[in-house]
Design a protein around this ligand. Structure first.
Ligand code: ADE
Ligand code: ZN
Length: 337
């Protein structure tokens, strides 16, 4: 089964590029930029990665991002992630970035997006990995700050597929961002939002009805509202689930308790993603392997999780069809349970 998982062609839809900053690159960039880190060594940094909830993680995650200064830094960060995609057979990835984490430190919006975007284009050319870029607003900041960020993005609209909403969910429900999401949609951008990670199922309902999202990021708290679970299945609203993240941030106590396969069995369009792999113990293969170890899915279920991701991706018809064909071919070659 492990070999099957490693070879399975994958699609990732929930990945924060700042969450791929591995401690070794963090140290390299700190040295390059003359920044002092609060860790004595790479091991010391890894030892600090113990979290008891989302906020305890976010505090460390935003601090790590301080080493990202130049366009080259953002390029190197993104390129390292793409090499991991190649190693894990990720064929297509849709990545989030948090411009406000950087503009608040005096880094230009253009520096951030140029570095990330050029790495994505090189990844397409040299590694054959297709990608989309999604700009997230930090929900603990104001509506005005989100509008300001959208203004900065306007010269780059051709490089963005959509917008998202991330950071601290508790106390920051979707409603505050209704107007800025409306403007983004009027500009032709897709919308997604983190909802129902730590927060209540009502945040999922609001993300759908107020922010008109095409996908819900996380969404695992939908089980608090059985009627919502049924609606998510009926509408095939995708949930971008992040198994290792949910364990590290104590959304579930143990992987054995994770509800992703229950939701899959109920017919929901659930997908597997790595969220912030440098902080949560692994990339796409690690997430699938951890699910396999704890929940013993069938090969057909693992393929369905990828099929869901292909259906949920922001792709044109031909590119989606090519990924489906590739998965069909894989299933014919390797699909005996
Ligand atoms: N930013 C990075 N990772 C996040 C997560 N899992 N939830 C909310 N905001 C985030
Ligand atoms: Zn996330």
């Amino acid at each position: 089964m492990e070999d099957f998982i490693r070879r399975l062609p994958k699609v990732e839809l929930h990945l924060h590029i700042e969450g791929t900053l591995e401690p070794d690159l963090m140290f390299e960039l700190a040295e390059r930029n003359g920044i002092t880190l609060p860790y004595a060594s790479i091991e010391d940094a890894r030892d600090a990665y113990h979290f008891h909830n989302l906020q305890s993680f976010l505090d460390i995650y935003y601090q790590g991002a301080n080493v990202l200064i130049t366009e080259r830094d953002f390029f190197d960060l993104t390129w390292s992630y793409l090499l991991r995609c190649k190693a894990d057979n990720v064929m297509h990835t849709e990545i989030f970035f948090d411009p406000q984490t950087h503009t608040a430190r005096g880094i230009d919006f253009d520096t951030v997006i140029n570095g990330i975007y050029h790495a994505l284009r090189q990844g397409e050319k040299e590694l054959g990995i297709s990608s989309q870029l999604i700009m997230c607003f930090l929900r603990h900041l104001s509506e005005e700050a989100a509008f300001d960020t959208l203004e900065h993005a306007k010269p780059h609209l051709h490089r963005l597929k959509g917008i998202g909403l991330d950071s601290s969910e508790l106390g920051h429900p979707p409603a505050k961002f209704t107007r800025v999401f409306n403007e983004a949609r009027a500009l032709g951008l897709k919308t997604v939002a983190h909802a129902g990670e730590e927060g209540p199922a009502s945040n999922i309902r609001d993300a759908i009805s107020l922010l008109h999202v095409s996908r819900v990021d996380h969404g695992v708290q939908c089980v608090q509202d059985p009627e919502l679970v049924k609606e998510l299945a009926d509408t095939q609203m995708p949930l971008t689930v992040c198994p290792l993240s949910n364990i590290k941030l104590r959304v579930f106590d143990r992987m054995e308790d994770h509800n992703i396969l229950d939701l899959l069995n109920k017919g929901l369009c659930v997908t597997v993603n790595s969220d912030d792999p440098a902080f949560f113990g692994g990339y796409m293969n690690d997430n699938f392997l951890a699910l396999n170890q704890a929940l013993s899915p069938s090969k057909a279920q693992l393929v369905q999780l990828t099929r869901n991701a292909i259906n949920a991706a922001f792709l044109e018809k031909d590119a989606r069809q090519t990924l489906h064909q590739n998965l069909d071919d894989f299933w014919v070659a390797h699909g005996i349970d």
